[in-house]
Write a protein that binds this ligand. Structure first.
Ligand SMILES: Cc1ncc(COP(=O)(O)O)c(C=O)c1O
Length: 472
């Protein structure tokens, strides 16, 4: 089974592509293009890539997820919101009307900073989390993922340090790596990032002569940790960053998805000049529109707009106008409330099933968001176990994906956002069977159940980079 899940040779191999290019060149009467020095048989342009491209590698677990997406597999892996809960008919007719009445604007290029009406609405959304910003402070981006990219692009030189929670969001780690940042993790507990350890980490990095550019945080319903930074810690963390001259990058796509409806004040609200805040409509509405935003101190915002224009000219007008219409004409807060109830029911199904079937593991009980972070029984390796889990028709993301240094194999992220409660219970039941087999193997062979060939905790972090959008 493991062999079948390995990445296959591409259908058109580079050698074939080269031959085709040579044939085209010959037909055009010119010589075949020479491969760059340092090319390989598999990639004739290998030697030509910029240094920053060398850290970019497809995850070896990506191939597994092609299988994991089959209908017979219960996927507890992806961070996809459950969109069937949306009023799709209403949205469809308002999009049709938008194109019919404002098509010439919606389908045209727009402003690099983003649509002004939407920026005004974003300011209202953020007020729910204590952010008082002006629409001029907002830069609309193509998902908050693009905002992560832009912020890193304008601040991080190769070798600069980004301090991130341990564990941290896989998509952010991929961005940091692509700009050749050194990621240093600082641990979290059930109350989020631990201020005392953060202080020590920053002091140690300073003493070592490192340049720390960003402190990257997911304050609410952490991906993958499931925890939130407590009210008491928030101002302390902002204060520590300020004293050490480090800009905070607050990534907050889940803040409005707290199951008891309570929202925490954004870190940005404590020190607007020292924090860049990122928001997104992906989890509270729909990721397909790809609309997120950044709120940044004035001068930073100017740079972000320039970087965004260089990258994409402008965010999609059609997407922004569709979201703006949705916010103006639908009961979006009522919809978010429905999502919270739906996800709470799924969280309950997840933690209930874990308690019933996997009592030898431990896990966080998230008060919102999409994820729980599970520690496996002693000696098991979530990455090595994954092929066997997929064979047993259940998928998860191994903890190694969430650490820049390849650690975390004793953990896995389980998502409860997309599968139904029944599917979640069945998925956890299957997972428990796999864990039990691994424990038997460990007892018999003393291997810790790591007999598969998918790697183990000591593997390079680059191997697990960027599992792909379905794992966001
Ligand atoms: C913590 C975090 N940041 C950013 C993103 C990217 O979201 P967007 O769809 O807005 O690009 C995700 C998506 O899962 C996420 O979990």
């Amino acid at each position: 089974m493991t062999e079948n899940l390995s990445p296959r040779e591409p259908a058109t191999s580079p050698t074939t592509a080269q031959a085709a290019a040579a044939a085209r060149a010959a037909a055009a009467g010119s010589a075949a293009p020479a491969a760059a020095p340092g090319g390989t048989r598999l990639d004739p342009w290998f030697g030509a890539y910029a240094d920053r491209a060398h850290g970019m590698r497809a995850s070896e677990i990506r191939a597994l997820f092609a299988v994991a997406n089959r209908p017979e597999v219960v996927s507890l892996a992806g961070g996809m919101p459950y969109l069937k809960g949306l009023p799709l008919d209403t949205i469809a007719s308002s999009v049709a009307e938008l194109v019919a009445t404002h098509g010439a604007t919606a389908l045209q290029y727009g402003s690099g900073q983003g649509d002004e009406s939407l920026r005004e609405q974003i300011v209202d959304v953020m007020r729910l989390e204590g952010v008082s910003a002006h629409p001029d402070d907002v830069v609309v981006t193509t998902g908050s993922q693009q905002a992560l990219d832009l912020v890193t692009r304008i601040f991080v030189n190769p070798g600069d340090v980004v301090v991130a929670e341990a564990p941290s969001y896989v998509g952010a780690l991929g961005v940091f790596r692509s700009y050749q940042a050194e990621v240093v993790h600082s641990p979290i507990d059930e109350h989020g990032l631990i201020p005392e350890v953060l202080e020590e980490t920053l002091t140690r990095l300073e003493a070592a002569g490192k340049t720390v550019k960003l402190l990257y945080l997911i304050p609410n319903f952490h991906n993958p940790g499931g925890v939130s930074i407590s009210l008491e810690r928030r101002p302390r963390i902002v204060d520590i960053a300020q004293r050490h001259g480090v800009l905070v990058l607050e990534d907050n796509p889940y803040g409005l998805l707290g199951f008891d409806g309570e929202t925490m004040p954004a870190l940005q609200s404590y020190h607007p000049d020292g924090v860049i805040y990122l928001g997104s409509f992906s989890k509270t509405f729909a990721p397909g529109y790809r609309v997120g935003w950044a709120v940044a101190p004035h001068a930073v915002r100017e740079k972000l707009v320039l970087a965004s224009e260089a990258s994409i000219l402008c965010p999609s007008n059609a997407s922004q106008m569709a979201i703006s219409t949705y916010l103006a004409t639908c009961d979006w807060q009522g919809q978010v409330k429905q999502f919270r109830e739906l996800y709470r029911e799924r969280r309950d199904a997840m933690v209930g099933a874990l308690a019933e079937h996997l009592p030898s593991a431990s896990w966080t009980v998230p008060a919102g968001g999409f994820y729980t972070w599970v520690r496996l029984p002693e000696g098991l390796d979530a990455k090595a176990m994954l092929p066997r889990a997929v064979t047993a028709r259940v998928a998860y993301v191994p903890g190694t994906a969430f650490y820049a240094d390849g650690s975390g194999a004793d953990h896995m992220r389980l998502s409860f956002c997309y599968p139904t409660p029944d599917q979640i219970r069945e998925g956890v039941r299957r997972l428990a069977g796999v864990v039990s087999n691994e424990l038997d193997l460990a007892t018999i062979f003393g291997t810790g159940g790591t007999g598969g060939d998918a790697g183990s905790s000591g593997r390079a972090a680059a191997d697990v980079e960027a599992p792909g959008p379905d794992l966001a």
